[in-house]
Design a protein around this ligand. Structure first.
Ligand code: ZN
Length: 321
């Protein structure tokens, strides 16, 4: 059997699986339950926060023959066809490579035809900010008078590039960056299901490195597991694969900087470079380490802002005294 990347394998199939965007899932489910479905939605937010996943679940839910509490049943013919990507009702367009007027005109011609099965044709236009001015104008015409059986879901990472005329015709939903806790919890859960042994510290480091993106977190995790296939995934393994540095090393580096010992500082850096550490990552992590030290010094109860595991926090507190 061929290998499926984690982020594909665990792509959310229903609203409940989408993590960290409860405000959006809830609103969309309510709309489906009350049968107050809009014709144009704008999904904004940084990469890997669930925009396309939510769009597909929504497309399933509006076409589902027996939705459960506003969520797709996952069992009916429509749900199955959409999940398998064989339904004609869900049309995904990548605006990065289809950004011209002609591409949008094609859509305008298509929307004249009712769906042959199910209730709605759902057009998901990804990276919609890449459309040309002419394409946006053509799209606007369709958004002004959409047929009742058509739903447009426009997704973008750069909402400031969307013309105001388009925005004013869409319901806008802002996808939040996913917190480290939420990502870590999801990763732990998936690793249990996969039967892979992991250290909590390792998972937290990956969650932090993913910078709010669940997709990035899963890709990084995939990479780390592949490197140490069949072994327990430890914090040290993760640091090694991602080219990162342990806080112990930062502590030593800081002491040498405070002692103004230039040759020792350069020596320490040289050692890190020879170990193959990623320098830009080192700078980011070291800045984060200094930030955490300062915060610990300022006050108590900062666990949430610090983005560090309890163990690391104790270490930091020890450094303070
Ligand atoms: Zn269904």
């Amino acid at each position: 059997m061929s290998y499926t990347a984690l982020y594909r394998k665990f792509r959310p199939a229903e609203f409940e699986d989408v993590k960290g965007q409860d405000h959006i899932s809830q609103t969309l489910q309510n709309q489906i339950k009350a049968n107050r479905i809009g014709h144009a939605y704008l999904f904004c937010g940084t990469r890997g926060t669930g925009k396309t996943s939510v769009a597909k679940i929504f497309a399933k839910a509006v076409n589902c023959q027996s939705p459960v509490n506003g969520s797709p049943c996952g069992e009916c013919a429509m749900c199955k066809a959409i999940s398998a990507g064989t339904s004609m009702n869900v049309i995904e367009i990548d605006a990065a490579s289809n950004n011209g007027v002609d591409n949008i005109r094609e859509i305008r011609e298509e929307v004249a035809y009712r769906p042959t099965e199910g209730k709605y044709k759902v057009y998901i236009i990804d990276e919609v900010h890449m459309l040309s001015i002419g394409a946006f104008n053509a799209l606007l015409k369709t958004l002004e008078e959409p047929p009742e059986y058509v739903i447009f879901i426009l997704a973008t990472t750069e909402v400031h590039k969307i013309p105001i005329t388009i925005m004013s015709r869409c319901q806008r939903y802002d996808f939040k960056r996913i917190t480290i806790d939420t990502i870590a919890e999801r990763l732990m859960d998936l690793m249990q299901r996969e039967g892979v042994e992991v250290e909590e510290r390792a998972i937290r480091y990956i969650a932090k490195a993913a910078d709010g993106s669940m997709r990035d977190a899963l890709s990084l995790l995939d990479q780390c597991i592949a490197f140490y296939l069949g072994e327990k995934l430890t914090y040290d393994h993760v640091l090694e694969v991602l080219g990162a540095v342990d806080t112990e090393v930062f502590s030593r580096l800081l002491r040498e900087i405070l002692n103004r010992d230039v040759s020792k500082v350069i020596g320490a850096l040289d050692e890190l470079i020879m170990q193959g550490r990623e320098l830009s990552q080192l700078v980011t992590d070291f800045t984060g380490y200094l930030r955490n030290l300062l915060l610990v010094k300022t006050s108590d109860g900062l666990e949430d802002i610090l983005d560090v595991s309890t163990e690391n926090l104790l270490q930091l507190r020890k450094k303070q005294s």
